[in-house]
Design a protein around this ligand. Structure first.
Ligand SMILES: Cc1cc2nc3c(=O)[nH]c(=O)nc-3n(C[C@H](O)[C@H](O)[C@H](O)COP(=O)(O)O)c2cc1C
Length: 175
């Protein structure tokens, strides 16, 4: 296996997962923004992780847009976010629709891990965005289940990363 782990991480949680995965597999790890699709030609296995920002998996478009060039390779994409993993509809519908408009390409598999959001550590634009989202959602008279979830998540404050969560991804890569 000739593998590489790519990641995009602003607050460190995706970087941690990328490091854990690369250590287990014994492969190179690199920032997605320092990589172009041509660099990936020598690898038969590509793992890419990104934090979720308004349902978009940061950096995933590099592989999704170039899926045709990755034919025959094994590709795992993982997200990190603060939405509890039990909200399968969120991950299996909303996140997939937003990131894979034409469906999940052949050879790709998607994994979701819990990330971290420490409110005091957020950049000013991010803190402002979270506050604005909470205000907007809280003003709704009859919020939907998804809107109620969003209000709840705006207050999520903590590190929910879990090294053991990478096991299914490792199984997929190794088998
Ligand atoms: C502005 C903003 C938007 C976010 N949007 C989402 C989201 O849509 N879904 C989610 O589960 N988490 C969301 N999060 C939480 C981040 O995805 C989470 O903190 C992630 O672990 C960050 O990855 P990083 O530490 O590698 O940067 C958001 C956080 C911020 C600050």
């Amino acid at each position: 296996m000739h593998a590489i782990v790519l990641y995009t991480s602003k607050y460190g949680s995706t970087k941690d997962y990328a490091g854990w995965i690369a250590e287990e597999i014994g492969c190179e790890v690199r920032e997605t923004k320092k990589t172009c699709i041509e660099d990936l030609a020598p690898y038969d296995t590509i793992i890419l992780g990104g934090g979720l920002y308004a349902e978009v998996i940061a950096g995933a478009s590099l592989l999704v847009k170039n899926a045709a060039a990755l034919k025959g390779k094994k590709v795992a994409i993982f997200s990190t976010g603060i939405t509890p993993l039990s909200y399968r509809e969120y991950y299996d519908t909303l996140v997939l629709e937003k990131n894979f408009k034409d469906g999940i390409p052949e050879g790709f598999k998607v994994f979701n891990f819990m990330g971290k959001m420490i409110l005091d550590e957020l950049s000013l634009p991010h803190r402002t965005a979270i506050k604005a989202l909470k205000k907007l959602m809280s003003g709704k008279k009859n919020p939907t289940e998804m809107e109620k979830l969003l209000i709840e998540l705006c207050d999520a404050d903590g590190d929910f990363t879990d090294k053991d969560a990478i096991k299914p991804l490792l199984d997929y890569i190794r088998n």
